[in-house]
Design a protein around this ligand. Structure first.
Ligand code: ADP
Ligand code: MG
Length: 321
């Protein structure tokens, strides 16, 4: 039976997420009404996933619901902000209840973990496209910006790098190669590092989430901060699942692959020991991979001693996959 846009919203979206006390008015009116906590700044970010560009036609709707929210939560994490609210713009080819139910299940499960409430959005008909906007709180002057890195800071990365790019590479390879589950999950169900980001707020000098590739994203920090970076390539943490592939494929998935949604951050020397201790006490894997230097561009020091210099203009050449 065909279902109207109004019914879709009421049935699947209105009660999709937990109710927060700071939401005076959620889905159902012309606007949501939201209370800001005193003394905090609002961090806002938006990302769109388009069928055929960011995901293949027929992709699992639950995974899409997760990923559409996860990539946005990752931006809040990279800013050190605490997630609060989201809006969702859905362009759907037709009123497909089964698709929407599954999409909302993926979205809601991740929203619940982060105590985030869906407070509004828009629903239209057209080629499948998903836009999420997130709103989070951060104490005034504590946000993790890209422009605060200073020479002498240590450069750290959370988790492991390269898994998502390897999963994508294997999925696209011909003849088809099976993709290990651990790698596929990293691509389809990324874990936004919001708790780590909040812990780093006010302590790290700069941060960014790795969505375009480690070197490209580090390059953004260097350019914004007016500094250079030196990375010990052999120190970059890779997962057990990725290790075997790297022997065949080289460092490219680690240096240039995107979509891992780990946090790359810089820490001033005088607080480095404290920050690393509190990260590890909080259960976060963080690894020192290099240092901030005077100058511009990113130097990569390979385990065999070779050094390559990536200039800001060159960051993009990694992105030709
Ligand atoms: P309007 O025509 O006033 O913009 P809509 O009919 O688009 O209102 O939406 C009605 C209510 O449903 C609004 O509160 C809106 O925020 C909410 N809404 C619409 N689409 C979505 C969606 N995809 N996700 C969450 N809320 C939605
Ligand atoms: Mg509308």
């Amino acid at each position: 039976m065909p279902i109207s846009e109004f019914d879709l919203i009421r049935r699947f979206l209105q009660h999709a997420t937990a109710q927060r006390e700071d939401v005076v008015l959620g889905i159902g009116d012309d606007c949501a009404l939201l209370d800001m906590p005193p003394g905090r700044q609002l961090a806002v970010s938006m990302d769109t996933l388009v069928e055929g560009r960011h995901f293949v036609p027929g992709a699992d709707p639950a995974a899409l619901g997760h990923k559409a929210l996860a990539v946005n939560l990752s931006d809040l994490a990279a800013m050190g902000a605490e997630p609060a609210w989201a809006t969702l713009s859905l362009t759907l080819p037709g009123p497909d209840s089964a698709w929407l139910e599954s999409f909302v299940a993926g979205f809601s499960a991740l929203a619940a973990i982060h105590n985030l409430q869906l407070v509004g959005g828009d629903t239209t008909r057209g080629p499948l496209s998903i836009t999420v906007q997130v709103h989070g709180f951060v104490a005034a002057d504590s946000a993790l910006r890209r422009d605060g890195a200073c020479p002498g800071d240590g450069i750290y990365i959370s988790g492991t790098i390269g898994d998502a790019a390897l999963a994508l590479g294997l999925m696209q390879s011909r003849p088809k190669t099976p993709v290990p589950e651990a790698l596929r999950l990293r691509l389809d169900r990324p874990t936004p590092r919001t708790m780590l980001g909040r812990l780093l707020a006010g302590k790290a000098s700069a941060a960014i989430d790795v969505s375009d590739g480690l070197v490209a994203d580090l390059g953004h920090v260097c350019t914004s901060s007016g500094v250079a970076a030196r990375i010990e390539v052999g120190q970059i943490p890779v997962s057990a699942s990725a290790e075997g592939y790297l022997e065949q494929l080289g460092w490219r998935p680690v240096l240039a692959g995107g979509d891992d949604y780990e946090l790359l951050f810089c820490v001033p020397g005088d607080v480095e020991a404290d920050v690393v201790t509190s990260c590890r006490e909080g259960g976060h894997r963080v690894t020192l991979i290099g240092s901030v230097e005077v100058g511009a561009g990113v130097s990569l020091v390979y385990p065999d001693g070779r050094v390559s210099r990536e200039t800001p203009a060159g960051f993009d050449h990694f992105m030709d996959t």
